[in-house]
Design a protein. Structure first.
Length: 574
């Protein structure tokens, strides 16, 4: 999400201090029996390469298996494969005078997967973030949101403009301090769908949050903190759902306790209502397994049906921030999450509601809005969440698995996956991600990279063909440092770390290291923030990244981006 950051605070913050290594590796670690690829930059002049163990002994040596020219510039890189080494341990990859640390482990992603989930706790609003759970990142409660004002764009006869409501809890959406239904729903949706088919993994994740140690998995406890907020965003009188809870303008780079702007709920929208309906229906099914959530499940399902009914009556109530600003005060200038099409939201919501209620009317609605093609899941196109829910039914062999014919979309998804697998041999970084200019968009590490990996894992789950699983791992290699920038994009991890994310909490807390476990947006060919940051290092799409707090276009964090990461780890971590 773009945020406005014209502040003298930012001008003095430096770029990340980590020196770039010309040896690009997965800095988190390689799994013992998986492929282990490194990429060597053209500046390295070496005819052979070696891997040394902690005692300095050479355990592997060899030459590059291929040389690949970048699709974006004249750089020719060498691909090194040391997959024969499978013994867990810490190693050093040697290329001429250059050295790069390498870890091989049975479970290299376990700790980082916990950090990615724990990041949501660090984003909680309205409660104290306690030292027992957050260490040096603890902070007092702020944004209690018990005196939120109804904006004129959201006014109704029962709740006129200026009405004060209570809407506590939830997560800060991204680098800013607002809360948005559309993105919250997507975030929860992709994580809960991964939970459905990877339950054993998530059930054993203890990430040290206040709820840890109860009989509920930490993932579900954390998600419940946001679900409680979402329920407060439904108008109890008509079932419509407010699009977001926001200040008129983005806050400065200050801590939450220092924020003074009035917060509002703004316009009810079709997308908010349908995404809310889908999420609540899905949650009602999953949490029904726990006695302590029985009342929530009943409330959530009723709320989902009311929200869906409101959307049916208001199918084109799209969020219109510019239009609202011409009619109402105060103007709202925060993230829009705007969308001018609702068929994908209707499809996902009808799917989840049918699976929760078994009412054929919802199934008919899902059939009506079934997409003709496959697209990777994003907050702006949630049709894939509908498709992936039907794929979950097939993977889990539920009675509902054949209730709808999605074979055409499945074939399209397989063709998409095959094209990605075929591109590996000519990839400059041996990854299914990053081989086309269009890969490097806003938030590229999430929907285009991690989302692609999740898609490949679905194809693997359906086909049991190992090539899809192996291809999925190459996208994670990109996130973990085998990329043109050399950064491990998850804060707190890697040998070349992101130090200055576009995140108010990390920028304003006075602590050197940023909050850990957050996925940075990644290289973005658009460079939409170039007027606010020092010159980008390159115009190449894959090098269009700045480890600078002002770089909202390449270095922001967001809950939906972390949700991709959490969901992906459920598929591949051990």
């Amino acid at each position: 999400m773009k945020t406005i950051i014209l502040s003298t605070l930012l001008s003095g913050l430096a770029l990340g201090a980590s020196a770039q290594s010309p040896i690009k590796v997965n800095q988190i670690g390689y799994q013992t029996n998986e492929q282990k690829i490194a990429v060597i930059e053209p500046s390295v002049k070496a005819k052979s390469f070696s891997l040394k163990d902690a005692k300095g002994r050479t355990v592997w040596s060899g030459k590059a298996i291929s040389t690949i020219k970048s699709p974006f510039n004249e750089k020719v890189r060498e691909i090194v494969d040391f997959s024969k080494v499978s013994q867990p341990g810490r190693y050093t990859l040697v290329a001429g005078k250059n050295r790069q640390k390498v870890t091989i482990s049975e479970s290299p992603y376990f700790e980082v997967s916990k950090a990615a989930l724990k990041a949501f706790y660090l984003q909680r609003t309205g409660v104290e973030i306690e030292k027992e759970y957050a260490g040096e990142y603890s902070r007092p409660a702020a944004h209690l949101d018990n005196k939120v004002m109804v904006h004129p764009s959201a006014a109704s006869p029962e709740r006129p403009a200026g009405t004060i409501i209570s809407s506590p809890y939830g997560w800060y959406d991204a680098g800013d301090y607002n809360k948005y239904i559309v993105n919250s729903a997507f975030t929860i949706g992709i994580m809960l769908q991964s939970y459905q088919v990877n339950k054993d993994y998530f059930d054993r994740l203890n990430v040290n949050i206040p709820e840890s140690g109860n009989k509920v998995p930490d993932l579900l406890d954390e998600i419940m903190f946001n679900l409680k907020w979402m329920l407060t965003m439904q108008d109890p009188y008509d079932g419509g759902v407010y699009h977001k809870l926001t200040t008129p303008n983005f806050e400065g780079f200050i801590m939450p306790k220092e924020c003074k702007q009035q917060r509002y709920v703004v316009q009810k929208s079709t997308q908010a209502a349908l995404d809310f309906a889908a999420t609540m229906a899905l949650a009602a099914r999953i949490y029904n397994a726990y006695p302590e959530f029985q009342n929530f499940c009943q409330e959530a399902l009723k709320a989902a049906e009311r929200a869906y009914a409101w959307a049916v009556k208001n199918p084109t109530a799209y969020y219109d921030q510019p239009g609202n600003n011409t009619k109402f005060d105060p103007d709202i200038a925060t993230g829009m999450y705007g969308d001018r099409m609702s068929s994908d939201e209707f499809f996902w919501a009808a799917t989840e509601l049918f699976l929760s209620t078994h009412q054929t009317a919802y199934l008919e609605q899902a059939k009506q809005f079934l997409p003709n093609e496959f697209t990777m899941p994003t907050w702006g196109d949630v049709s894939a969440l509908g498709i992936m829910q039907w794929l979950n039914q097939q993977i889990l062999a539920t009675p509902e698995a054949k209730a709808i014919d999605i074979e055409n979309v499945k074939s399209a998804m397989k063709a998409f996956c095959n094209k990605n697998v075929e591109g590996l041999e000519t990839s400059a970084f041996y990854s299914v991600f990053g081989n086309m200019e269009e890969d490097f968009i806003w938030g590229s590490n999430s929907e285009m990279c991690a989302g692609r990996s999740i898609t490949l894992m679905y194809e693997y789950a359906l086909s049991k063909d190992e090539k899809y699983r192996k291809a999925a791992l190459t996208a994670l290699d990109h996130i973990a440092g085998r990329n043109a920038t050399g950064y491990c994009y998850i804060t707190g991890f890697g040998t070349q770390q992101v130090m200055n994310p576009h995140q108010r909490l990390s920028a304003a807390d006075g602590i050197k290291n940023p909050l850990p476990g957050f996925l940075a947006g990644g290289a973005n060919k658009g460079q939409q923030d170039k007027d606010n940051v020092p010159p980008y290092p390159s115009s190449s799409p894959d090098e269009s990244y700045m480890d600078h707090v002002a770089s909202y276009a390449s270095n922001e964090i967001a809950i939906n981006w972390n949700a991709y990461l959490v969901a992906l780890f459920g598929w591949i971590a051990k």
